[in-house]
Design a protein around this ligand. Structure first.
Ligand SMILES: Cc1ncc(COP(=O)(O)O)c(C=O)c1O
Length: 320
């Protein structure tokens, strides 16, 4: 990103596409002041049948669930309308690979800290966003630290929802991590067990079994869900169970996954080498299968893709 608005493609605002320069938000918007918004991060990939969005209806379902968790009781759009809006915005951008950012925020009131005092506004923007953790990360993995900041307690900040106001916690941890010379931070929950990273879920491999922390305190990532499904199809055992920090140190492999980061190995944690100190064989296999699914090249996973350009020959299977 970082480009001037004049160079940016149109954005979708409250029901219609508008030029980026017109997609302005009033300084007096409660969502901006109080973190009262919910968002999604989605990727559109180039596939043999044209650009397609990975797990779009599931992302839109999570967006609306996040909005409900935040307290909105009535919303003007449902999943089908938001899916269409994303597709239209991508089409208008001309991108065949891009990141998609839908956002619902509190506007038109709510200064008295009451979500019912304002109204939800909707926006969707797209931009080209390549390797989130840097170009080398996909092949070489990254170095991580266990953050000095604790992940939100689920009865404080609603960790199931992608709420804007949850993310200063991620900013604190990630900024600290980068300033210390690492590339990503692992966050422990309020009980001191491994939760997730600042924008990714985490897996470890122990005795060939794939282990990820339970759902309770983490964002239930769609990449995590895709990896679990793909791994089970490969015949791997996958378990969700509490993970201690030292279990990471002693793992054969550790990797993180998320829409932005995709699948990236952690080759070192807190100055301990993980496994052989490079991407392990299972991580490599899962990374390749995940990217193949996202690019329409993993047979049996076409249902995860929503085509951006509808083709006369039918495109992908319907995704809802
Ligand atoms: C805190 C956090 N955990 C996990 C994830 C991974 O979620 P997903 O795979 O749906 O992108 C994200 C990214 O959205 C995140 O911000």
């Amino acid at each position: 990103m970082g480009t001037k608005t004049a160079q940016r493609p149109p954005m979708w605002l409250n029901g219609k596409l508008v030029p980026a320069a017109e997609a302005q938000i009033d300084f007096l918007t409660p969502g901006l002041h109080y973190g009262m918004g919910v968002f999604e991060g989605i990727r559109c990939y180039r596939t043999p049948r044209g650009p397609a969005v990975f797990r779009l209806p599931e992302h839109m379902t999570r967006l609306l669930n996040s909005a409900r968790v935040l307290g909105w009781r009535e919303l003007p759009y449902g999943v089908p309308e938001l899916v269409m809006a994303c597709v239209e915005t991508i089409r208008a951008s001309g991108h065949d690979e891009c990141y998609v950012r839908p956002l619902i925020w509190l506007a038109e009131g709510g200064w008295n800290l009451n979500v019912d005092g304002g109204r939800p506004h909707f926006g969707i923007a797209v931009w080209e966003w390549k390797a989130y953790l840097g170009p080398e990360a996909m092949e070489n993995g990254v170095r991580a630290n266990v953050s000095s900041f604790t992940r939100h307690h689920p009865n404080v900040m609603m960790t199931k929802a992608k709420i804007c106001g949850n993310y200063p916690n991620s900013f604190l941890a990630k900024t600290e991590s980068l300033r210390l010379g690492f590339e990503e931070a692992i966050m422990l929950d309020a009980q001191g067990l491994v939760a997730e990273c600042t924008g990714e879920n985490i897996f470890l491999v122990k005795d060939g079994v794939l282990v990820t922390p339970p759902d309770a305190t983490v964002l239930e990532g769609l990449t995590r869900d895709s990896i679990i499904q793909i791994a089970r199809e490969m015949g791997l055992e996958v378990v969700k169970q509490p993970v201690s920090r030292d279990a990471l140190y002693a793992a054969e492999e550790v990797f993180v996954c998320g829409t932005a980061a995709e699948v990236v190995a952690l080759r070192e944690i807190d100055f301990r080498t993980i496994g052989a100190g490079r991407m392990g064989p299972l991580t490599r296999k899962l990374q390749a299968a995940y990217l193949a699914a996202a690019r329409g090249q993993l047979p049996g996973h076409e249902r995860w893709l929503t085509p951006v350009t509808s083709t006369a020959s039918g495109g992908f299977a319907a995704t809802g």
